[in-house]
Ligand binder design. Structure first.
Ligand SMILES: Nc1ncnc2c1ncn2[C@@H]1O[C@H](COP(=O)(O)OP(=O)(O)OP(=O)(O)O)[C@@H](O)[C@H]1O
Ligand SMILES: Nc1nc2c(ncn2[C@@H]2O[C@H](COP(=O)(O)O)[C@@H](O)[C@H]2O)c(=O)[nH]1
Length: 214
């Protein structure tokens, strides 16, 4: 792999635990929300789920119908995909490859099935499981978010235990109780990963120059 490859990070959690809030806050902290400081990006997935109020096509998701999603599966366009809560969700292969090749770190907010598929393809991916402090708090967050019907919230709570049962498959666990503390832990994970690669390149630059030289 070229030395300029970006790092790939996955955040997985039961719905409502706070993974998208954490990724958004991390990008804001590192001022990566504009094109001028593009060292970290969140991947925009495709989904067949209906947009929530305020969600914008191409920003929060690429919203497609089932026929279009299935056609993209046929074309092998997805790096990973899964059916979650009765809808398809998937990560574009070409976008991830191009972004990583530009040296940009990429964050995937995906479920455990997708995390497993990505880890099998890129073992160096840093996978983070975000746990809620309790089931009661998880339900309270989904309700307070106010974007899903009571029926959808019930469905997501029913699936939460199954998602949580995969926690041990992940490299890191962050409990999102106090938001600032969870963000600091995630930041430490990300910075350690970035530093590790940069440090290795710097430390071994002379060796690689020699190995790759005429
Ligand atoms: N530490 C926290 N304390 C209190 N509320 C929080 C905390 N973290 C996130 N929230 C709130 O919980 C709600 C759910 O968060 P968020 O949408 O980020 O979850 P998610 O894991 O990305 O969910 P989904 O998988 O459904 O997209 C939001 O309203 C968010 O503001
Ligand atoms: N395997 C994948 N899972 C994904 C992807 N994009 C989102 N998700 C997961 O789906 C649920 C529900 O998301 P929501 O936006 O409807 O609340 C959540 O766990 C996401 O992490 C994807 O591309 N692949």
């Amino acid at each position: 792999m070229p030395q300029t490859l970006g790092n790939l990070f996955i955040l997985t959690a039961p719905s409502g635990a706070g993974k998208s809030s954490l990724i958004k806050a991390l990008l804001e902290k590192h001022q990566c929300t504009n094109a001028h400081n593009n060292v970290m990006q969140v991947s925009v997935s495709h989904t067949t789920r209906a947009p929530r109020p305020g969600e914008v096509d191409g920003v929060h998701y690429h919203f497609v119908d089932r026929a279009e999603f299935e056609s993209l599966i046929e074309q092998d366009a997805f790096f990973e995909w899964a059916e979650v809560f009765g809808n398809y969700y998937g990560t574009s292969k070409i976008v991830i490859e191009q972004t990583l090749r530009q040296g940009i770190d990429v964050f995937l907010d995906i479920d455990w099935q997708g995390a497993r598929q990505v880890k099998a393809q890129i073992p160096d991916t840093a996978t983070v499981f975000v746990a809620p402090p309790s089931k009661q708090e998880l339900q309270a967050r989904l309700t307070k978010r106010g974007q899903d019907s009571a029926e959808v919230i019930e469905q997501r709570m029913a699936k939460a235990v199954s998602e949580i049962s995969h926690y041990h498959e992940f490299d890191y666990i962050v409990v999102n109780d106090d938001f600032a503390a969870a963000l600091a832990e995630l930041d430490a994970i990300v910075m350690t990963r970035r530093l590790r690669k940069e440090k290795q390149i710097i430390r071994h630059q002379q060796l690689f120059d020699n190995l790759l030289g005429e």
